[in-house]
Design a protein around this ligand. Structure first.
Ligand code: AMP
Length: 565
């Protein structure tokens, strides 16, 4: 883990210091004006300069170079030259507004894109923060920064004008904010030229003149500048349909899924497919796709006319912020894998699109009682409420469909089946078998975080399930004894911290007094700081003669003797 010192306790510096500390860095202070910075580069891996751009060169020059320390800045506009005389230089600039240190602390760890340059340490810091690094070298720096300022500062300034012009209506900013969000979502889906609507795009001069008359002389030059921007864009609008027709017969795949960022465009695309009589398959994921996800997409493609995968790292279901920050994100790779498996559409919304106002929690969440209270639910408080809430939202947007989920997350599958049934959602939930590596390790998006030793140690989960299955095959019907066999494997494995090993009734997920009928073995353990889960199932006969078993109806017997733990 990195040791980091920062200079410049403004909003960005304080936000960065807190975010790095939250991400596990050893933050060794944040120096301000008037403090002696001569030795600031000594004894740390990274010295991060968070001062205003104009002060960067002077501050960098007043720090004595220290062998091995990377001196980096947070500036968007500056190249690496300002960091002379330091031999190891880097920069990382978050493409995220930081209106306050508190907002920045959370935002910097919510998967933002950073422009990086120089020493590879910049990329490592970005990965620690859970961000995405894009390389921007010195030659492109100013253009990059100008674009970033237009995207954030000018947009905010434009909303200031909206507020002033709307003042006389008494409506406040809120309704116009909703409008701006939808327009931005359209830009993400369609590109700026196709997303443009309104009188400037239509060349409706009469309406524009009426606007100019009411906005007043102080606002008019700025309003006219906006009209000029819109006219310029309208001149670029490409011909052709807004939503490309992918054409072909049902089941036709091109290998390049269409990407949709807005919830409304996602819902509209699936409505349109159904209106054409095509059936819809839905595969919800958190991205970092692997062959397990591809198996779900491929099954959906085999059974449905149109397949939509969703890629959304749902913050509500993470009880551990470090796990959320470390979650692997790579949309281009996901699109390639989803397309290869047969997805037609990928819905990849931003957090704001799914939860407007995030990190404030949504007012409405979904809680599924019963199946959530054991196993994962007990270890990860709130996890299944997050899962149930996002899945309900995705089902609401997707409409009538078949939805494919992996047995890898067996309890999640039970939760999703329950909520679809209880809320009468028009969704048929389909469970699919777990895809494994040849040596038995269940594929998981988290496996990439394991080192070679951890990867070997993680086999203990499969080993634990095998030990439980072997005990059942040998006739063991006492849950405690099967559990003990499973725990023994986890406990004896190096690098493995067991969470639980359990054998339960597959329908209720509760531990029965005596095992019979369909049973499920489930394990969870932490390996090298990565939480892994796995499970397997089997059907076993009730013990002969034991517990008054009648032999003919073992399943019924188990149901009447089970108890809640
Ligand atoms: P995730 O992206 O981890 O939320 O998973 C998305 C879907 O893929 C869920 O339905 C998972 O159960 C499923 N899934 C994850 N890993 C596997 C696997 N190894 N085999 C089959 N399905 C999986």
């Amino acid at each position: 883990m990195f040791s980091v010192r920062l200079i410049g306790p403004g909003r960005a510096g304080r936000a960065m210091a807190a975010a790095l500390a939250d991400a596990g860095c050893d933050v060794r202070g944040l120096l301000g004006r008037g403090e002696d910075v001569t030795g600031a580069a000594e004894g740390v891996d990274v010295l991060l300069l968070c001062t205003p751009d104009r002060a960067l060169a002077e501050v960098a020059a007043s720090v004595r170079p220290a062998a091995g320390t990377v001196v980096a800045h947070l500036s968007g506009a500056s190249g690496l030259g300002v960091l002379a005389p330091h031999p190891r230089r880097a920069s990382l600039h978050p493409l995220a507004p930081i209106p306050s240190a508190e907002v920045g602390r959370v935002r910097l760890r919510s998967g933002v894109t950073f422009a990086v340059a120089g020493d590879p340490v910049a990329r490592e810091l970005v990965a620690l923060l859970g961000g995405r690094a894009v390389e921007v070298d010195d030659a492109e720096r100013t253009a990059y920064h100008a674009a970033a300022c237009v995207a954030s500062n000018h947009l905010v300034a434009l909303m200031g004008q909206v507020e002033r012009i709307a003042a006389s209506t008494g409506l406040g900013l809120d309704p116009f904010l909703g409008l701006a969000r939808s327009a931005l979502a359209d830009v993400a889906d369609l590109g700026p030229a196709r997303a443009l609507t309104g009188p400037a795009a239509r060349r409706d001069e009469e309406t524009l003149d009426r606007h100019r008359a009411v906005v007043g002389p102080e606002e008019r030059p700025l309003y006219d500048a906006g009209v000029a921007l819109a006219r310029r864009l309208a001149g670029q609008a490409p011909a052709g349909p807004v939503v490309p027709d992918r054409g072909g017969a049902p089941g036709h795949r091109t290998g390049r899924p269409r990407v949709v960022r807005s919830a409304s465009a996602f819902a509209a695309a699936l409505d349109a497919a159904r209106a054409e009589g095509r059936s819809v398959g839905l595969v919800p994921t958190m991205g970092a796709l692997h062959a397990g996800h591809q198996a779900l997409v491929a099954r959906a493609a085999a059974e449905c006319d149109v397949v939509a995968a969703t890629v959304f790292v749902n913050p509500l279901q993470f009880d551990d912020p470090a796990d959320l920050a470390a979650y692997h994100r790579d949309l281009p790779a996901d699109l390639a894998l989803a397309g290869e498996a047969g997805a037609d559409l990928v819905f990849a919304p931003g957090v704001e699109e799914m939860y407007p106002g995030f990190p404030s929690p949504p007012a409405t969440t979904v809680h599924v009682a019963g199946v959530t209270e054991v196993l994962e639910g007990r270890s990860r408080p709130g996890h299944f409420d997050g899962v149930a809430t996002v899945v309900t939202k995705l089902f609401a947007l997707a409409g009538r469909c078949r939805a494919y989920f992996g047995e890898k997350d067996f309890q999640q599958l039970a939760v999703v089946r329950r909520l679809a049934a209880d809320l009468s959602l028009p969704v048929e939930v389909v469970g699919c078998p777990t895809v494994r590596e040849p040596d038995g390790l269940a594929l998981s998006s988290r496996n990439v975080r394991l080192g070679p030793e951890g990867r070997g140690a993680a086999l203990a989960l499969r080993g634990s399930l095998d030990a439980g299955l072997a005990a059942l095959a040998a006739g063991e019907r006492c849950p405690g004894a099967v559990r003990a066999a499973m725990e023994a494997v986890l406990e004896s494995a190096p690098l493995v911290t067991p969470d639980y090993a359990e054998v339960v009734d597959a329908g209720t997920l509760r531990v029965p007094e005596v095992l019979a009928g369909e049973v499920r073995l489930l394990v969870a353990a932490v390996v090298e700081g990565v939480r892994l889960i796995d499970n397997d199932g089997t059907t076993v006969a009730a013990p002969a003669g034991g517990s008054g078993a009648g032999g003919d109806e073992p399943r019924q017997l188990v149901l009447t003797t089970r108890e809640e733990r």
